[in-house]
Ligand binder design. Structure first.
Ligand SMILES: *[C@@H]1O[C@H](CO)[C@@H](O)[C@H](O)[C@H]1NC(C)=O
Ligand SMILES: *[C@@H]1O[C@H](CO)[C@@H](O)[C@H](O)[C@H]1NC(C)=O
Ligand SMILES: *[C@@H]1O[C@H](CO)[C@@H](O)[C@H](O)[C@H]1NC(C)=O
Length: 453
């Protein structure tokens, strides 16, 4: 009886001792992690291999992303990075599991982070050293709820009535109150709304390629003191006539352009139905609309289109670049405001993305603090969506190469070129129609073209 008891005792001991050891070991790790996380002097080493929480960021090299999920915001000296890190922590799925799910759609967390940082002594001291324009930007950067002054009465900008198919493209063009001539030229030429024919690849077969196009101009407000005249009535008339004006009540300045993205995404998500694509660009460019429509139809016809559309963005992509640090530049960003590289971004002069992506960007933008340069901001949101824009050499932001200029059918090779005046737009449009037959078969510009030829 006693021997039997002893054997059972041994078995229990053999089974339990590894479990107890394992428990002790885990407890040890837990305590060590806890010490590291609470120790604020813990030094982030950029090269070390750290645990990276999935889904919150992709490129650990870009400054605004916390390299580790316990990175301490107070160690970051640039204002924007600091603000963003505080917000990233609010949404960190490990530190705050509830925030990342339940409160995805609320904006309050970003504002919480804002007051947290600007209340801090070091946040304020950084702020003091910023140039004047930057100060103005920072003092308004938590405000996004500007009222709409004028909006189209159509469903989603000016377009065709009784469309028989899902609309293909919404052209959202950044304009300003005074650029009336640009808007007028665009309406007559590359920005026509309604059914727009594409460029059929085989003339003899006469296949019909085309799509419904909508159009909207995005405007802020010019201050009447600067302008000397009040154009608001004129704009009302223009809106009644064309139904393509969307104007918000904020000052139309370079640093406020990001608001046009954020507020446009918001408007789009509310009023636009399932439009396939959005083109967003300046009002001083020329777009080869026929080819663009064909290009976009091709994207829809690709076998994996239903999967790739959720990330689709194409334009002239700047890979990974440094902020401009020359204080006389329009793009100047002091390193007390932003440290690190910019993520890849498509030039804001003209970019195309899917309607699906527009809605995702709208959601994501609620978690990302406004940045004064609009296309970089879009890149930052893209990066947080774990995706990046596709580069296409037919988007020309800096014009043609010198050698290329003499090539025949030049403008048939591109999708978009910057920068063109209203008169040039009209002339180019006429030229496109005239040369359509002889230039029918020229392919779109590809990488390296015009450089070696
Ligand atoms: C265009 O279509 C015709 C008739 O279907 C065909 O014979 C020809 O090869 C096509 N050309 C091209 C470039 O696809
Ligand atoms: C942006 O617009 C707001 C509202 O009109 C204005 O107060 C602010 O000064 C503008 N910001 C910049 C940087 O111009
Ligand atoms: C973009 O970056 C990748 C990797 O960082 C590099 O391989 C590629 O050549 C770059 N492309 C351009 C156009 O600079």
């Amino acid at each position: 009886m006693a021997r039997c008891h002893c054997r059972w005792y041994k078995v229990v001991f053999c089974l339990c001792s590894p479990c107890i050891c394992l428990l002790l070991f885990l407890l040890c790790i837990y305590v060590m992690l806890g010490i590291k996380m609470t120790n604020s002097s813990f030094n982030m080493s950029p090269t070390g291999a750290h645990f990276v929480a999935s889904g919150t960021f992709r490129n650990a090299g870009f400054a605004p992303m916390p390299r580790t999920f316990w990175a301490q915001p107070s160690q970051v000296k640039a204002l924007w990075n600091h603000l963003q890190l505080v917000s990233e922590r609010q949404y960190n799925p490990i530190l705050r599991p509830h925030n990342s799910k339940v409160r995805f759609d609320t904006e309050s967390l970003v504002w919480e982070g804002f007051s947290e940082v600007t209340d801090l002594e070091n946040g304020i001291s950084n702020f003091g050293g910023q140039p004047q324009l930057m100060k103005e930007f920072v003092s308004h950067m938590q405000q996004r709820d500007f009222p709409i002054l004028i909006q189209p009465d159509g469903i989603c900008g000016a377009g065709a009535k009784n469309e028989k198919k899902r609309p293909l493209l919404l052209m959202a063009i950044k304009s300003s109150e005074l650029n009336l001539r640009n808007r007028h030229a665009i309406r007559q030429t590359w920005g026509r709304a309604g059914w727009v024919a594409g460029h059929s690849r085989n003339r003899s077969r006469g296949e019909e390629i085309g799509g419904y196009v909508h159009r909207v101009f995005l405007l802020g407000r010019e201050s009447p003191e600067n302008l000397g005249v009040d154009v608001s009535e004129l704009l009302q008339t223009e809106s009644k006539l064309y139904g393509d004006i969307l104007q918000w009540d904020f000052k139309d300045t370079f640093f406020n352009l990001t608001l046009k993205d954020v507020l446009f995404w918001n408007w789009f998500s509310r009023v636009c139905g399932p439009i396939h694509f959005v083109f967003k660009g300046d009002d001083d460019i020329f777009v080869n609309t026929m080819k663009l429509i064909t290009y976009l139809q091709d994207q829809l016809n690709k076998p994996q289109a239903h999967k790739t559309m959720k990330d689709f963005m194409v334009g002239q992509v700047s890979n990974v670049s440094l902020p401009v640090r020359a204080s006389n530049s329009k793009y100047f960003i002091p390193d007390s405001f932003y440290k690190g590289l910019y993520p890849p971004y498509a030039s804001g002069g003209g970019v195309v993305y899917s309607g699906l992506l527009t809605r995702r960007l709208h959601k994501m933008s609620k978690r990302v603090h406004l940045f004064p340069i609009d296309d970089v901001y879009v890149g930052m949101c893209m990066d947080r969506l774990n995706t990046s824009p596709i580069h296409h050499p037919a988007f020309l932001m800096f014009g043609f190469d010198e050698k290329e200029e003499k090539e025949p059918c030049l403008y048939h090779r591109i999708l978009l070129v910057h920068k063109r005046s209203p008169i040039e737009m009209v002339n180019l449009w006429v030229y496109m129609k005239k040369t359509q037959i002889q230039c029918w078969d020229v392919p779109l510009r590809e990488t390296g073209q015009g450089q070696g030829t």
